[in-house]
Ligand binder design. Structure first.
Ligand SMILES: [Cu+2]
Length: 103
């Protein structure tokens, strides 16, 4: 019984596996343009275009500039806190993505 209880407690203490959300960049658009995620997840931006694109986040409290993602390359954004995060491409002002991060 005691062994069972310890095993059950360990199972409960194991955090849920973090998810990786994939956002493709194609035709100078992020796809999808809105995702929901949990703290601890990551977002992988995959640039399928022939030109470079940036991943820039101006949102207060989440601001980060991941710089340019080359054609054919990818960039990973870790989601460290909850909030509504707006992602922009510096080179293409019309590109936009909203990431809603919950606990
Ligand atoms: Cu761009």
């Amino acid at each position: 019984m005691r062994k069972f209880l310890i095993a059950a407690m360990l199972a409960l203490a194991t955090p849920a596996l973090a998810a990786e959300h994939v956002v493709t960049i194609s035709g100078s658009e992020y796809s999808p343009t809105r995702i929901t995620a949990k703290v601890g997840d990551t977002v992988r931006f995959v640039n399928e275009d022939a030109v470079d694109h940036a991943v820039f986040i101006p949102t207060l409290g989440h601001a980060i500039d991941l710089g340019s993602t080359k054609s054919g390359a990818s960039t990973v954004l870790p989601l460290r806190r909850a909030g509504r995060i707006e992602v922009e491409c510096v080179q293409h002002g019309h590109m936009g993505l909203l990431i809603v991060v919950t606990q």
